[in-house]
Design a protein around this ligand. Structure first.
Ligand SMILES: NC(=O)c1ccc[n+]([C@@H]2O[C@H](COP(=O)([O-])OP(=O)(O)OC[C@H]3O[C@@H](n4cnc5c(N)ncnc54)[C@H](O)[C@@H]3O)[C@@H](O)[C@H]2O)c1
Length: 445
């Protein structure tokens, strides 16, 4: 079977295939139509991705659409709402009216290629609303995806908004299954007074790839009463929208909560580990690129998620790690997990000192900041590690110049700055390499 035959068999368009395979549309069309590409890596990759598509999404299986209410139109809520609205009736609530209006005009609320594509091109049964208790009635499922911020005083995630929301839902609808997608502390669900038909399903998406990660979930985890028919039904609901064949694991609440926090803490630890390797290399005049690539060539370690940065940041890794540290410290005298956050703080201090060292001979230096986004390709600035580095530099009296596309020409910005901070490589700075400060090993030697 050729790639074209396979795509047609799966009932998907070339545009969808290009998105699913992450190959630009023009390139995709070329590899699909020109036989010289058959033995290339891209052709094989596209073939594998399309082969792996879940057949249930292209089959004519009889499916009775559900009515689902999602609360919170952020990365988690919006991606799941878009995904499920391809063949269910989905209502989504957000306290932010601007977001509701934008969604009803089919505009995405943040940068996400797949969400933008689905909102513009797919037939979705999706309507957004500001909060209204009437919406709790006559629905098959309610999914909660509101923020759970870190509370410095308790040392845990603040879940009081989830408790209030559940109480409000239950005052209107006594039995509708509620799925909590927001990240919770380990043990949170056990503290709920009425646990009937309440499930916890941790979310593992990446910002900027939110819908993609729901189309290709690494696993689906659901915690709660495993004898309930709803737990299986919801697992099936998520799995049937996935284009791969994810593992679906059912377990106790506390185990599902632990899966989420141990997963994110492992990612934080991995970032911290390669950052410490990089600090060591820098102090000793060694190439951290050589060491990292050498270390990562061992399949047991893996050549991924190993590129040094200014520190881990973003909305989830810092707070989820702190929540796990809190739970760990309560039960065992641990040495590793409790040190992850400390390592990350030390890394940011190290970076600040290294930058100051580079500028020690400059009088009144100006440091340029091109982007404060947490990740390249994302427009989210929440708890980005570069913000802490900037704060540290400002405390030392350093002048910071922020690049603003609407007010400043890029050549003026490059000229004005003595050093430009780039957590990740940006092609447009290749002409001022001597001014760039980055720890991205794919950018520098
Ligand atoms: N962002 C991620 O990458 C990610 C990944 C996995 C899990 N999570 C977890 O999922 C949860 C949501 O994260 P997010 O990034 O989607 O958050 P977000 O801040 O992007 O979005 C949350 C949305 O909920 C709305 N909201 C707040 N309170 C509300 C209420 N009472 N009723 C209705 N709407 C309300 C806000 O206006 C906002 O639009 C958090 O617990 C987070 O830790 C996030």
């Amino acid at each position: 079977m050729t790639l074209k035959e396979l795509r047609k068999y799966k009932h998907i368009t070339q545009l969808e295939a290009s998105i699913l395979t992450d190959i630009p549309l023009r390139t995709y069309k070329r590899i699909e139509n020109d036989p010289i590409y058959v033995s290339t890596h891209k052709y094989k990759h596209a073939f594998n991705v399309l082969s792996d598509l879940n057949d249930s999404s292209s089959s004519n299986e009889t499916y009775k659409p559900k009515h689902i209410l999602v609360i919170g139109a952020g990365y988690v809520g919006l991606s799941i709402a878009v995904l499920l609205s391809t063949d269910n009736k989905v209502s989504i609530i957000d306290i932010n009216k601007d977001k509701v209006d934008k969604l009803n005009k089919r505009e995405s609320l943040f940068k996400d290629k797949e969400i933008e594509f689905y909102l513009k091109n797919k037939k979705l049964d999706l309507t957004a609303y500001i909060p209204n208790k009437e919406l709790y009635k006559n629905v098959d499922y309610i999914i909660i995806a509101i923020p759970t911020d870190y509370d410095e005083i308790s040392g845990e995630l603040n879940t009081s908004n989830i408790v209030s929301l559940i109480d409000e839902i239950r005052s209107i609808n006594k039995s509708v299954p509620i799925i909590i997608k927001s990240t919770c502390n380990i043990g949170f669900c056990d503290t709920l007074t009425n646990k009937k038909n309440i499930f916890y399903s941790p979310e593992f998406l990446r910002e900027g790839k939110a819908l993609y990660d729901n189309l290709y979930p690494t696993r689906i985890i659901i915690g709660g009463d495993i004898s309930s028919r709803y737990i299986k039904e919801f697992g099936h609901l998520l799995a049937r929208h996935a284009l791969n064949r994810p593992k679906v694991l059912y377990m106790a609440y506390k185990e599902a909560e632990a899966v989420k926090l141990f997963s994110n803490s492992y990612l934080a630890l991995r970032v911290a580990y390669f950052n410490e390797l990089d600090s060591f290399a820098l102090k000793n005049g060694l190439s951290s690129k050589n060491i990292t690539l050498g270390v990562s060539s061992d399949n047991r370690i893996g050549d991924y998620y190993n590129n040094p940065s200014f520190g881990y940041g973003g909305y989830c890794l810092p707070k989820d790690t702190l929540s796990l540290i809190h739970s760990m410290d309560e039960v065992i005298d641990n040495g590793l997990i409790s040190s992850i956050d400390r390592s990350n703080q030390k890394r940011k201090e190290f970076i600040i000192l290294d930058i100051l060292e580079r500028l020690k001979d400059k009088k009144d230096p100006i440091i340029g900041v091109y982007s404060v986004a947490s990740k390249k390709g994302s427009d989210n600035k929440r708890y980005s590690s570069i913000l802490d580095v900037i704060k540290g530099l400002e405390n030392k009296g350093i002048n910071i110049l922020y690049y603003d596309e609407s007010k400043m020409d890029i050549s003026f910005f490059k000229k004005k700055c003595d050093l430009i901070l780039l957590n990740r490589h940006y092609e447009e700075f290749s002409d001022v390499m001597d001014k760039i400060y980055t720890r991205d090993i794919f950018y520098r030697d």
